[in-house]
Design a protein around this ligand. Sequence first.
Ligand code: NAP
Length: 324
Amino acid sequence: MTLKTQTKPKIKPAKKKDTSFDLIIIGGGPAGLTAALYAVRARVKVLLVEKMILGGMVSTTFNIENYPGFPEGISGMELSNRFQDQVRRLGLDIVWGNAIEIKNKKSEKEIIVDDKKFIAKALIIATGTEAAKLGVPGEDEFRGRGVSYCATCDGAFYKDKKVMVVGGGNSAIEEALFLTRYAKKISVIHRRDELRADKIIAERAIQDPKIYFFWHSTVEKISGKQKVEEVTLKDTHSNKTLKVPADGIFVYIGSKPNNELVKDIVKTDSHGFIITDENMKTSVNGIYAAGDIRVKSLKQVVTAVADGAIAAESARKYIEGNDK
Ligand code: NAP
């Protein structure tokens, strides 16, 4: 066998009209794409369902510094393009649409994507999370006019402006550091006195001359005329409020699971994240979960891809009748 034929696996993609699969993966982020990679390579007849763009939230991350193998970091977009390229070369079948319903039938799972029905022996749920909202007056009103959940997408609009970043986790601090490329002043609003972010980036942010901190503070209100002009903060120690001028506010206060499809089918924790065992098995036979949607202690690209690989392997065993 020549090298050329080795690099062109003889996998026939399912025909467009196929509606019956061994495995359907819902969600095309790092977990879903890796599950697809492992499933296709194991000759499992697999379909991936994605409603928007492949790559998931990682595509909006400016630079990922802790994914092994990239000593200088890699942009989220570049990494997700590489994930996609790898599965597309293998002929992965993808259907674009919104998965709206799952029916867990005796021997199969039925899934409705927009107005189409698909059948699978097993499912992997890799629908990830979405940004949590502050829930304060002005947040919805000024979304896209100063309120943003993606510094990588919108940061360039704030050249020489004053912005706020809400939150103290890795996302908030990484994105505050990213915003130093554009904004002249970045104020981080954190509800406690200590950052949750990893020490290495927390130290970098604290030392950055453009980044300021409002400790033990919360956002009460976002106001302006056509766009954001002012943010009202509350000092949680003194309960005093303070009006601070700002051109933009980036919200990074964690995430909530995209679990609408399965929340009444599989067991979740009190926050709605799916409970799995170490093989990514949920409480329902033949349904697996992978990535940020599941309950776990470390939510990273590296753990999402690991989950995807394990879920695909567990699903393969189940499909072959070896994992009840
Ligand atoms: P996170 O780690 O859950 O941090 C959320 C931050 O928002 C916390 O500081 C929290 O405060 C604060 N917060 C939560 N609810 C709030 C509210 N209602 N009002 C004000 N502040 C609020 O979320 P994340 O930063 O989005 O990260 C999510 C996961 O992805 C984490 O596991 C994180 O490590 C991972 N991640 C990793 C990287 C990386 O390693 N490169 C990058 C990004 C994200 P408290 O601290 O007081 O709870």
